[in-house]
Design a protein around this ligand. Structure first.
Ligand code: MG
Length: 463
């Protein structure tokens, strides 16, 4: 391979949630192969688990990644199409030295990504990703001689994964509650596990968008707008709850029996509430963009909330460091339970929600309405990394008199309200997000900050 060839080395986005780009533009066969060669060069010898979501580029990238890993002397256990948490589970269960998930998660079908896992299925942290990036940029990978090349073999662990999930919930209670769930896996990898896991836990299930032909019947990201088929089905079939995933099923969105799409923060808050009600006290780790509802829940049980930068790897790192009993990211709904895996699991979250409904013996809307209600507003501005840093520095000066959290970008905190400005880890944009006790106030906070960001950017251009 010619080191001088024209790689789009700098257009790939490196973050602990994956090295991602648009296939054929930023992430082509050469980049995929090279990334796997670099990863293989930085981990110990042994077996690496490899799996992917259902997007059409997955098979091509998976094959190249397997070749790269074999070239660095690693045996490769190929799980094929599998939810991201199942791939992490397989790494932990088989004692592999690492894993690669070929998935761009909630991004559109034209995107793909490689997410790198270390031992125990824990995603590489920022420092490790930065080391990988350095190897990639400097072409510093190490192929082994032909006598030491690795081998690839298929691995089927989805049944074990599903059984492990079921062992974490009260099947008897769920069965007794006779819950009926509509499950929209969005033609993603969750199709292979979620419907059956819920059935085996005692739910009646109506599956939606479970075809695995690389065609997506709804936008991959499960949002209020993209889930209209699910909400209609829940109501028309008289189901108790609806569940939806993104393409790799580490994310969960719930729909109440009334067809209302519930905020992912609330989904996670209900699970945290259930965990804390049994353990009392302890530490909950979430990210800075997660709702104030977690503070309310934690207060109820004398637990402590810690907030990290946005990104699963940061939450996991803090959970391990502090011995937290539960964690997650409000915007994703997937839960991290250390007894299971140090990774977000949207399928476990669905099972835990079913369990909570069974234990509480109330409808989904009654259960969720019992939580304090906050409203969010979001906006974004296209912005390079350098511009984003300048904007945040300028905002720090403008708001120096206010209560600030600088964990990730800048969060300006008021009384029962906040607004956060941070660079996206996965796209060249600056995200603005606000939360308040009324939708109007959240919109107002978001709009004001967006205006401020645009003013700072135009002043910069005017220089
Ligand atoms: Mg995902």
């Amino acid at each position: 391979m010619n080191a001088q060839s024209n790689f789009a080395k700098n257009s790939l986005i490196f973050s602990p949630s994956g090295v991602r780009g648009i296939v054929g533009k930023d992430l082509g066969p050469e980049e995929a192969l090279r990334l796997s060669l670099c990863f293989g060069s930085m981990i110990p010898q042994g077996t690496v688990v490899l799996g992917r979501d259902t997007r059409p580029s997955g098979e091509m990238i998976q094959r190249l990644v397997a070749i790269g890993l074999m070239s660095t002397g690693h045996n490769v256990s190929i799980l094929g199409v599998a939810p991201s948490p199942a791939i992490a589970f397989a790494v932990k269960k088989t004692g592999a030295v690492g894993g690669i998930i070929v998935s761009a998660s909630h991004n559109p079908p034209s995107w793909n990504a490689l997410k790198f896992l270390g031992q125990e299925g824990i995603a590489l942290n920022e420092a490790q990703i930065s080391a990988l990036r350095n190897l990639y940029i400097s072409d510093s990978f190490k192929e082994v001689p032909w006598t030491s090349l690795g081998e690839a073999h298929d691995l089927n662990l989805l049944d074990d994964y599903r059984k492990a999930l079921i062992s974490l919930v009260d099947v008897e209670a769920i069965r007794k509650a006779r819950l009926f769930a509509v499950v929209d896996t969005g033609n993603g990898a969750g199709s292979l596990v979620t419907p059956k896991a819920l059935e085996d836990s005692g739910c009646q299930v109506f599956p939606l968008n479970v075809e695995l032909d690389g065609r997506f019947r709804r936008p991959i990201e499960p949002t209020r707008e993209s889930l209209s088929d699910l909400t209609k089905k829940v109501v028309s079939l008289g189901a108790d709850i609806g569940f939806a995933h993104d393409c790799d099923a580490d994310r969960l969105v719930c729909v109440s029996e009334k067809g209302e799409v519930l905020g992912e923060d609330l989904t996670l808050a209900l699970i945290v509430d259930q965990v804390l009600s049994k353990r009392k006290g302890g530490i909950v780790v979430i990210n800075v963009a997660s709702s104030m509802v977690f503070d309310d829940v934690a207060e109820r049980y004398g637990a402590k909330v810690l907030r990290t930068r946005v990104g699963e790897a940061y939450v996991v790192e803090k959970m391990i460091e502090t011995g937290a009993i539960v964690g997650g990211e409000g915007s994703c709904g997937g839960v991290i339970l250390p007894d299971h895996l140090y990774t977000r699991d949207g399928i476990l979250a669905a099972l835990k929600i079913a369990e909570a409904l069974a234990h509480l013996g109330r409808t989904a809307s009654e259960v969720f309405e019992a939580f304090p209600r906050y409203y969010t507003a979001r906006g974004k501005v296209p912005c390079s990394g350098g511009e984003a840093r300048e904007v945040i520095e300028a905002l720090k000066i403008c708001h120096s008199e206010e209560k600030l959290d600088l964990t990730d970008g800048i969060k300006i905190i008021g009384e029962k309200e906040w607004v956060l400005v941070r660079p996206s880890g996965t796209e060249p944009i600056l995200r603005v997000m606000a939360e308040a006790e009324s939708p109007r106030r959240a919109e107002e906070l978001c709009k004001d900050l967006l205006k401020e960001v645009l003013e700072i950017l135009s002043r910069r251009l005017g220089k």
